[in-house]
Each structure stands twice: as structure tokens, then as C-alpha cells.
Design a binder for this molecule. Structure first.
Ligand SMILES: Nc1nc2c(ncn2[C@@H]2O[C@H](COP(=O)(O)OP(=O)(O)OP(=O)(O)O)[C@@H](O)[C@H]2O)c(=O)[nH]1
Ligand SMILES: [Mg+2]
Length: 332
């Protein structure tokens, strides 16, 4: 069943944060899945209908597998991932291991999830404090995601959070983060407009340490992976952080907008080279019929997808669970 927040974060023994009973957690997980299915409606309607039509009707022949491949590629599952999965499914079907549309659909979901699963998809919060740097292309959802993440850390896991507004490019960016800070009940550290983003990151970490914060999250200005000078600026922010705290940033999370499709894979590669991205947050999955991109990214990059955004509400940021995700896309 779905991963919840307690499954995503690794916390040390002093924080025994699970305040819910097992049945409450189960209920929460079921709720997660229902909402995931509902919000992924666009992809599900496009993909599940086609998969059902292909796997439930008529004989399995060459055309079946071609049509299935087309449907998966249309949903942006990616050519490589699609080919791997369909080939396996075809082989297993020929061996007679899978009888009927339902068995085939379930197995397809399983195979997709297997490819998308990486061993290392937790967020380790055991460092004291843990520093999380958030990067990504303009408008991909960095600031709102930080707001939601801070809210969950504080309200679900009882963590003390300080957020650094190192997007010093626009005054509106700092105000946006401050509004989120108020909503989440966390401190926001800012500098004057146009100040050096590295200096703000430095101050945020200093303040976080002073206050005994558990987690410090640094927001950065959006930039294109092709803007060399801005990518260098990001490398510098990262360097300032590591100088101040040797193992930091403990996580560098990158937001990727799912509606940009395969371009997101390219963005992630280049950001990864500049700042050693340790996890992807795939946003706006609710707004696309091409939600298969989550599976392509998870399989084709060696960077795990840790969180997904499936809408604009607080509950719409959640841990990524490949099994649930594949099932939510394929079952009508
Ligand atoms: N539908 C939907 N909208 C989202 C999601 N995540 C973020 N958004 C919206 O995307 C828009 C941009 O989000 P921001 O958080 O400002 O993006 P940003 O990366 O900080 O942008 P810059 O700082 O300008 O680079 C906002 O309107 C968000 O509400 C999501 O998962 N689903
Ligand atoms: Mg922003």
C-alpha cells in the first residue's frame, strides 16, 4: 500500500514521530491512493482505456503489443522503458504465465513499477540539522513545494523547520515564501532584494543552527539548465553551504514539471551535473495526460523520484510510490 510521510523520511531514534495507530495509517494510505487516482485522471483515462482495449479484447498478436507500446509512449513512459516492459510482458504471455486481461494489466503495472523503483528513495533527516537545497527551472514548483513540505514536516512529523529565501532575484519570490512560512508555521530567513543567494543560504543555516532547527530548506531562483552563468551561481550556493557544514546539503531536490515531458529528463541530467541532485520532485502531474513521465524519469535517470505534486492543495504533495503510481494509471 502507498508510502506515507513516515515511510519517506528517515528520522533518528530521538524523534519517534509516528503518532497514528496502524489502522489510522492504513486509512491514510487508502485515502492517498484514492486521491492519486482521482488527480491522475487525465493520464489514467487516456492510458487505461487503451490498455483495456488492447489487453482485454481479441487475441494477443503482434498488433496487440504494438498498440500497447504506442499507448505507453503516448503517456510519456519513454521509448526505452516501454520497450523493456512490453518485451517482458509479451514473453511472459507467450510462456502462458498470464491468462486474461486482468492478469496482463496487473503484471504490466508490476513491471512498470519495478523499473521505476530505486533503492534509495528516502529522505534522510538524521543529520542535525538536515539541509535541503531545492533547485529547478523557472515555474516548476520549487517555492510552493517547499511550502507544502515545510507544512508536512512541521505538522505531521513535528520537526522544527527554517526556510531560506535564496531566490533573491524577485521581491515577489520572497513574499510568496513568507506567506507559505506563515501558513506552515515556520521561520523564513531572507536578505535584501538582489543580495547574494549564497549569503542568504549561509544566514539561513546559521539561524537554523542557533534555533536548534531539525530541517533547513533553501529555496533558489528558477533558471534554465542552459544558462551557464546561472548554473554556476547555483554551484556556488552549494559550495557556500558545504563550507559551512561539511556534509551539507544533505539533499538536493530538483523540481521537474511533468507537463514538459521528455525535456524534463534533459533538465534533470544537466542540473544533476551542476549540483549533484539527489532526488526529483515531479510536479503538476494532475495537469497532464502524460503522467507516465514519472516512470520514464525514474527508470532512465539514476536519480530517484522522491515526491510528486498532483495538485495545488497541501495534500497534493506526497511521497512517490511506484507501485501505487503504476496501478493508478492503468486500472480503469
Ligand atoms: N496543478 C498543479 N500546480 C502546481 C503544482 N506544483 C506547483 N504548482 C503551481 O505552479 C506554479 C508555480 O509554482 P512556484 O512554486 O511558484 O514555482 P517556482 O519553481 O518556485 O517558480 P520560480 O521561483 O519562478 O522559478 C504555482 O501556480 C503553483 O501553484 C502541482 O503539482 N499541480
Ligand atoms: Mg520560486
Amino acid at each position: 500500500m502507498a508510502r506515507d510521510w513516515y515511510d519517506l523520511f528517515l528520522l533518528d531514534g530521538d524523534h519517534a514521530p509516528v503518532t497514528q495507530t496502524e489502522p489510522e495509517r492504513e486509512e491514510g494510505r487508502r485515502g492517498f491512493f484514492r486521491r492519486l487516482r482521482a488527480n491522475m485522471r487525465k493520464t489514467r483515462e487516456a492510458l487505461a482505456a487503451e490498455v483495456q482495449a488492447t489487453l482485454f479484447e481479441g487475441d494477443l498478436d503482434e498488433q496487440t503489443w504494438e498498440r500497447l507500446e504506442e499507448a505507453l509512449i503516448y503517456a510519456d513512459v519513454g521509448a526505452r522503458t516501454t520497450a523493456e516492459v512490453v518485451e517482458k510482458l509479451e514473453r511472459e504471455a507467450e510462456e502462458g504465465a498470464l491468462a486474461g486481461g486482468e492478469a496482463l494489466t496487473n503484471r504490466l503495472a508490476e513491471l512498470l513499477a519495478q523499473l521505476a523503483r530505486t533503492g534509495d528513495d528516502k529522505i534522510d533527516l538524521r543529520a542535525d540539522p538536515t539541509v535541503i537545497l531545492v533547485v529547478g527551472v523557472n515555474g516548476t514548483g520549487k517555492t510552493t513545494t517547499i511550502g507544502k513540505l515545510a507544512w508536512h514536516l512541521r505538522n505531521t512529523l513535528d520537526q522544527t523547520v527554517v526556510v531560506g529565501a535564496a531566490d533573491t532575484f524577485r521581491a515577489a519570490a520572497v513574499e510568496q515564501l513568507e506567506r507559505w512560512g506563515e501558513r506552515a508555521g515556520v521561520d523564513v530567513v531572507k536578505g535584501p532584494e538582489g543580495s547574494d543567494p549564497g549569503a542568504v543560504a549561509f544566514d539561513a543555516i546559521a539561524r537554523g543552527r542557533e534555533r536548534g532547527a531539525d530541517v533547513i530548506i533553501i529555496d533558489t531562483a528558477g533558471r534554465l539548465h542552459t544558462q551557464t552563468n546561472l548554473m554556476e551561481e547555483l554551484t556556488k550556493v552549494r559550495r557556500v553551504i558545504s563550507k559551512q557544514m561539511p556534509d551539507a546539503p544533505h539533499e538536493t531536490l530538483m523540481t521537474v514539471d511533468a507537463t514538459t515531458g521528455q525535456n524534463g529528463v534533459r533538465q534533470a541530467k544537466l542540473f544533476g551535473e551542476a549540483v549533484d541532485v539527489t532526488g526529483i520532485i515531479l510536479t503538476k502531474l494532475d495537469g497532464t495526460a502524460k503522467g507516465g513521465i514519472a516512470l520514464a524519469i525514474a527508470n532512465e535517470l539514476s536519480i530517484p523520484v522522491k515526491l510528486i505534486g498532483i495538485g495545488e492543495q497541501l495534500e497534493d504533495l506526497r511521497p512517490f510510490d511506484p507501485d501505487d503510481f503504476a496501478r493508478a494509471l492503468l486500472t480503469a
